[in-house]
Design a binder for this molecule. Sequence first.
Ligand code: ADP
Ligand code: MG
Length: 393
Amino acid sequence: MAIKSVKELPVEGKRVFVRVDFNVPLTPARGIADDARIRAALPTIQYLIEKGARIVLGSHLGRPKGGPDPAFSLEPVGARLAELIGKDVLLTDEPAGDGARKVVSDLRDGQVALLENLRFHPGEEQNDDGLAKTLASYADVYVNDAFGTAHRAHASTVGMIKYVGHKGAGLLMLKEIEFLSRLLGEVEHPYVAVIGGAKVSDKIAVLESLCSKVDKMLIGGAMANTFLKAQGKNLGKSKVEEDKLPLARAFLKEAEKKNVAILLPRDVVVATGLDDPTGKVVSVDAVPEGFMALDIGPETAQGYADELARARTVFWNGPMGVFEKKPFAAGTVGVARALAANKRALSVVGGGDSAAAIEEAGVVDQISHLSTGGGASLEFVEGKTLPGIAALE
Ligand code: ADP
Ligand code: MG
C-alpha cells in the first residue's frame, strides 16, 4: 500500500506529531558536534510551520537507561533547532506527562514543541501500549521523518500510530525510501558495492543479500583483514575476527558461484598502532610481525577508483580504513572522491562513519543520496521490511 506524504495530510491548525531523528553527536561540553540530522528534518518542519500546523516533535538521544538523565537532555538540540528555524522551540520537561500535555495543548498554529528525550521513558523502547496511547493523545496527525530509527519498533515509531487518525511520511523519510528503493529494483549495471568498516559480523547479512544483485564488491576496512586471513594471508597484529574465518570462506565461495567478483586489498597501509604518525605501504603478502593494516594501500585505492569510474550504480557502506586518523584516511577519501567524480552513476551511501567520511571529503553534493540511517539503510538494502515504514502503509 502506498505511503502518504505529509503534503497529502490535513495539517492546518492540527496537532501534528513528527517523529524526528535528532540523535546527534554531542561534544563533551554538551554542545552539538554535528547538526546534520537536525538540518535534515528542516524541510518537513518548515513545511508544517508554513501550513500553520501545531508541531509536536519527538526524538530519542543516545542511550539513557530508561529514566531521565540530564546528560541526554534534548535541551541543546532544541536550542540549535530554534536558531535554525528562527522561532521558539518549547521543550517539555519530560517526554510524556502533565507538563508535556500542557505544552502541547497550549500550542498555537505554527508553534513548535519538542518533547524531552523519548528514551527517558522505559516504554519507548519496549513499545509500551500505555506510552503509545499517551503520545497519540498529543496528536491529530502522525508523521514519521526518522528514517534512522525506522528499523526499530518502538512506541513512537510504531506503537502510537494505530491510535492517531492520520498518518504519513515526512519529506526526509520519503527521500530515503525513494533512493534506497531504487537499489532494490532494476538497477543499471555495472552495480558495484563498496563495503568496509569494522566487522564482517556486522555486515554479513548485507554482504550476502548484495551478492544476488551486484556485479562486483570492493572490500576494505578491518573487514578486509578477516577475508585476507581467510585466504591464508598473515596479517600481523591487524584486527581480525578469528571466529568469523569460516563464515568469510563460505561467503567467498558463494560469491564465486554467483559470479560476483569480490575485490580484496592487494596492498595496505600498516603501522604499529593507531597513534603512529605515519604508516607504510606493504603488499598484503608482506605485513610485518607486530604491524597492523589500518588502510587500503594506494594501488588498491586506484584499482577501486577505476571500478567506481565504470560503475552505473554504487552502494557504499563502511570506511576503507581508520579514516578518523590522518595517516590512515587516504583510502577512504580516495573512494569518496572517485564516487563523487562519477556523474553518471546512481550513488548511495549509508552508515554513520561512511557519511562522516563523505562530509570530510567535501563531496556531499556530488553523491546521489547520503542516507541518514546506518543500521536502517543496511536493513533496507538487505530487503528487510522496516517496522517504522510498514506501519505507515
Ligand atoms: P559505518 O558506521 O559506516 O557503518 P562501521 O561502524 O562499520 O562503519 O566502521 C567504521 C569503523 O571501522 C571506524 O571507526 C574505523 O576506524 C574502523 N576501521 C576501519 N578500518 C579499520 C582497520 N583496518 N582496522 C581497525 N579499524 C578499522
Ligand atoms: Mg559506525
